[in-house]
Design a protein around this ligand. Sequence first.
Ligand code: ZN
Ligand code: ZN
Length: 61
Amino acid sequence: MSDNTEKPCHKCGHDFNAHMLKGYGSPPTEGWMECPVEGCKCDMTWSLGKNFDSKSNETNT
Ligand SMILES: [Zn+2]
Ligand SMILES: [Zn+2]
């Protein structure tokens, strides 16, 4: 068993904890990850998901 808490990034496989979290807005509700490994283009995006289900609020006329 491994005791360390390092998790591999789902996208690129590098240490997820080393990724830098970047976001748009204040407070940020979505953004992207920057992998510190040189040459890696992780570009994993994240969001709080507020927009995902909001379409159920739309009314059909
Ligand atoms: Zn990476
Ligand atoms: Zn990554």
